[in-house]
Design a protein around this ligand. Structure first.
Ligand SMILES: C[S@@+](CC[C@H](N)C(=O)[O-])C[C@H]1O[C@@H](n2cnc3c(N)ncnc32)[C@H](O)[C@@H]1O
Length: 293
């Protein structure tokens, strides 16, 4: 089960209204959208984006009772502006992004997100195109791999691991997650193994961010968000990684069209963190689109 993070806070800041039109850029299983539809009933509408077919199938089922008020779109949220133009929608009343993976994706066997067991090293959320994690490991230059591990995973042993990846792929190309776990375990001296997380955690996170171009997609939607949402409307973004949160913070501060609503990001309550470990690293930032420019 996937519990929507910071749900009450999102509804408070987005303040959905009857008759309003909202875009959920990360529909997932529809947890946030369902609350937006409830809060904006009977006439509010949602356009929900997710590029993962499995997530959309689940969301369609979970949101069936709102039929007529929700539209499902299997596209990258970086393309929201384009999709709205295609639909002839000039502006929306609010935008929500709840970045990253759903628990469904993390737990689903066979997609390579987890380092437990042996799965194909895929990690694409959208399996229609783009390179897999195995492609990246088998083709990228050593320096580029080290940068990915260091910058996207904050992995201090990045150079050691990248060098070992290059040695390993000369013997056999990467296909499965257990091959990569073994290489990381061999590359990192025991004294540097983290105490609280698996030694492969950061490299897996870094590869996922690179494979799905997560920061590039966020940059694209941040650049267009101010032109999509109507003046006075709100943009709510939940991120789970300091690089994402920094991008959001900077855009909200520096974009002249946007007005940050809170100086500090909103974090989950102790109670929510206890119920939902995913909420621990969640940061919600909110901006409103300026009315008198
Ligand atoms: C954290 S989950 C969203 C959970 C959702 N808010 C809920 O309450 O059920 C993130 C979802 O966003 C999707 N996603 C991530 N990046 C995306 C992108 N660039 N474009 C479209 N969907 C994306 C993932 O496939 C995943 O289903």
């Amino acid at each position: 089960m996937h519990l929507p993070v910071l749900l009450d806070e999102v509804i408070e800041f987005l303040a959905p209204q009857d008759g309003g039109l909202y875009v959920d850029g990360n529909l997932g299983l529809g947890g946030h959208s369902s609350a937006i539809l409830e809060a904006s009933s009977p006439g509010g509408k949602v356009i929900g984006f997710d590029w993962d077919e499995e997530a959309l199938t689940r969301a369609r089922k979970n949101l069936a009772k709102y039929s007529g008020r929700i539209e499902f779109v299997r596209r990258n949220f970086a393309e929201i502006e384009e999709v709205l133009q295609e639909k002839g929608v000039a502006s929306i009343d609010g935008l929500l992004l709840d970045l990253g993976l759903s628990s469904l994706q993390l737990d689903a066997a066979g997609r390579g997100f987890s380092f437990q067991g042996s799965e194909p090293l895929d990690m694409r959320m959208d399996v229609r195109g783009g390179q897999t994690a195995a492609d990246l490991l088998n083709r990228a230059a050593e320096e580029d791999l080290a940068d990915i591990f260091y910058y996207y995973g904050d992995e201090r042993q990045a150079r050691r691991i990248a060098s070992r990846v290059i040695d390993a792929r000369r013997q056999a190309l990467f296909f499965t997650t257990d091959q990569l776990v073994k290489v990381i375990e061999e590359a990192v001296p025991r004294r540097f193994w983290p105490k609280k997380i698996h030694v492969a955690t950061k490299v897996f996170q870094a590869l996922r961010i690179a494979v799905n171009r997560e920061l590039e997609n966020l940059e694209t939607i941040l650049a267009s968000a101010g032109g999509i949402v109507r003046p006075g409307g709100r943009i709510c973004i939940i991120s789970f990684h300091s690089l994402e949160d920094r991008l959001v913070k900077r855009t909200f501060r520096n974009n002249p069209v946007l007005n940050p609503v809170n100086a500090k990001p909103v974090k989950a309550s102790a109670g929510e963190m206890q119920k939902n470990p995913r909420a621990r690293s969640a940061r919600l930032r909110v901006a409103s689109v300026r009315e008198n420019l």
